[in-house]
Design a binder for this molecule. Structure first.
Ligand code: FES
Length: 246
């Protein structure tokens, strides 16, 4: 069972109107972090005292520090956006499983919105030994991060439309061997529907309460049962998910 910790903030800076990057000092935890894993984070403010932790994917590791790229969309994440270097915040992690790594493959990364950070971290590990194509989509320009092809629903950056709209062509043109995805469930389900025969590992987003496998509030239909995204995932073989029940 992971320990509840108070971690020191090394840096916290705005990336754009919606997103910020948080760096935490964690010398003993940084080496344990792998793409797909997440932390439960909470700011140490009076207003947050009785609030739930927020599950946030690890976006990267540099020496003793762990980075998180977070969208400020509610009270919990907005409180995290206000933390200052030198302050501490509450943390649990690293939690969850990680993406299996490959070598010598044509890899497609498909992310949507806050699904970009774990796949950016994964790309850093895979790019030396694989050919990577990363496509990324979001609602608008502020959701877009570095990638090979960007899509926005409102057309304010990249191509107008959904990240999956050119997928059949990309799979053929790039001769894709394996897919990794992270983003909204409908996006991941669409990827799996378009490419059912290509190995596909997906990190799922789910509402989490305890984040530790106790409340069963985050279950998804997988195989012949229901598995917890927080404790059994968040990375699953997309072919094992019963998409028709989601
Ligand atoms: Fe409680 Fe996953 S959030 S079991």
């Amino acid at each position: 069972m992971p320990r509840f910790l108070e971690l020191k903030v090394a840096d916290c800076k705005r990336l754009n109107a919606d997103y910020f990057e948080l760096w935490l000092e964690a010398p003993s935890l940084a080496p344990l972090c792998k793409p797909g894993m997440f932390f439960e984070l909470k700011a140490q403010t009076a207003a947050q005292e009785r609030k739930l932790f927020k599950p946030i994917s690890v976006a990267g590791v540099l020496n003793d520090r762990i980075s998180f790229i977070i969208k400020a969309i509610g009270p919990g994440t907005r409180a995290l956006a206000e933390v200052q270097p030198g302050e501490t915040l509450f943390a649990l992690g690293p939690l969850g499983n990680d993406f299996p790594l490959v070598e010598g493959k044509n890899v497609l990364l498909v992310s949507g919105g806050v699904g970009w950070p774990p796949l950016g971290f994964l790309s850093d590990l895979l790019k030396e030994r694989n050919k990577i194509t990363h496509i990324h989509g979001g609602a608008g320009a502020s959701d877009i991060f570095p990638c090979d092809r960007a899509y926005t629903v409102d057309g304010s950056a990249g191509e107008k439309g959904l990240v999956t709209q050119d997928l059949p062509q990309i799979l053929t043109d790039q001769n894709i061997d394996i897919i990794y995805s992270c983003g909204p469930l409908p996006m991941i389900g669409a990827v799996q529907k378009i490419a059912p025969k290509i190995p596909h590992f997906a990190s799922l987003e789910a509402y989490m309460a305890c984040g530790l496998g106790a409340c069963h509030g985050c279950v998804v239909p997988v195989g012949e049962s229901y598995l917890r995204v927080c404790a059994d995932g968040p990375v699953f073989n997309a072919a094992d998910i019963r998409w028709e029940e989601i």
